[in-house]
Design a protein around this ligand. Structure first.
Ligand code: GTP
Length: 325
């Protein structure tokens, strides 16, 4: 890799091109430039530092992708040079359409950085340069390492969608999942099952055994319910204080009824010990099953499950009732 020596004594008077190249080589922003044939013209020092790949290895080649990925794929500058902007959605996250035609592209992506042996989340800008006749002569790509910010954002997002006590997803996670599963049920014409599960007489439990025991109970009931979320799309969340939802895509009414009964049985068999007393809890479940259809709101399922849960409570608790959507 090149040492961080001061720029060569080049001035605008010595020749504009050499001066521009020297400036770019010393820019603190990692930058590389491709010519119209997609060969690397400039690979500056900051880019060497970011990628671990020396300029001498890539200048004059079309191998710039090797600095970022394990297998060949276009970089953003290639998409700009090839006019293949349509592929940006496939290859990058958060792509931004150019504000003006011919102004280049902006996007973000995780890169595996083979030479560094670590992944970096890069924000990338690629802008075309045209000659006086409007012919593309080069594309400049600049890179910003956003890995720390991205990790912090992801952690915040995780926290925002998790219930801290039970570790399950929260209502926010549920709302997003319901929307998603509703749309895929509508597309595939498969039925979706929603179990609204509420611990019975939980206030009494808290009042009698204390809040800490109540928390322990919530955690064990949550873990028990979560065991029934077995397939990739299944989701168990803490929906409210002592209410949980189990969302089961592609489940028939009969299958969902059987699962709901098994959840009831599994919670009933839990045992908590307080001093010498052995305590049990039960849940009531409102179940709604339907094939999502255009014109029906996903929230109707929740309303149906809620009404069925009320019925289960009225009918004596520790049981399942089915609501009509
Ligand atoms: N320990 C604990 N208790 C909680 C938590 N969140 C809510 N609760 C309690 O959960 C209880 C819910 O009581 P209610 O809504 O009256 O329901 P219930 O007593 O279960 O009665 P039914 O649902 O009709 O069977 C309240 O006493 C809340 O204080 C929590 O995070 N931890």
């Amino acid at each position: 890799m090149t040492d961080a020596t001061p720029p060569a004594a080049v001035s605008p008077e010595d020749g504009g091109t050499a001066f521009a190249i020297t400036l770019m080589e010393h820019l603190v922003v990692p930058t590389f430039v491709l010519d119209a044939e997609l060969r690397v013209l400039i690979w500056n020092r900051a880019c060497e530092h970011l990628t671990g790949v020396p300029a001498s290895e890539v200048i004059g080649t079309r191998e710039h992708w090797r600095a970022f990925y394990e297998s060949p794929r276009p970089c953003l500058a290639d998409l700009v040079a090839e006019g293949a902007k349509g592929r940006i959605e496939q290859l990058y996250v958060r792509p931004e359409a150019p504000r003006e035609p011919g102004r280049g592209l902006r996007a973000e992506t995780w890169c595996h950085m083979p030479r560094r042996g670590q992944s970096l989340y890069l924000a990338v800008d690629a802008g075309p340069i045209f000659d006086a006749g409007g012919r593309l002569i080069a594309v400049v790509e600049t890179l910003r390492d956003m890995s720390d910010r991205k990790r912090a954002e992801d952690q915040l997002q995780q926290l925002a969608s998790r219930d801290l006590l039970t570790g399950l997803g929260n209502r926010h996670a549920f709302d997003a999942a319901l929307e998603l599963e509703w749309r895929s049920g509508e597309r595939d014409e498969t039925s979706l099952a929603l179990l609204l599960i509420d611990i019975d007489h939980f206030k009494r439990f808290n009042d009698r055994y204390g809040h800490a025991a109540g928390d322990e109970c919530l955690k064990r009931v949550a873990a028990t319910i979560n065991r029934f979320a077995r397939r990739a799309g299944d989701l168990a969340v803490r929906y409210g204080s002592e209410a949980f939802v189990l969302l089961l895509p592609d489940f028939t009414r009969t299958q969902a009824q059987a699962v709901a009964q098994r959840v009831c049985d599994a919670v009933r068999s839990l045992r908590f010990v307080d001093d010498d007393e052995i305590i049990g809890v039960t849940v009531s479940i409102g179940l709604a099953v339907c094939v999502p259809m255009p014109g029906i709101e996903a929230t109707l399922m929740l309303q149906a499950a809620d009404a069925a849960l009320d019925e289960a409570k009225q009918a004596g608790r520790d049981r399942v009732r089915i609501g009509e959507v």
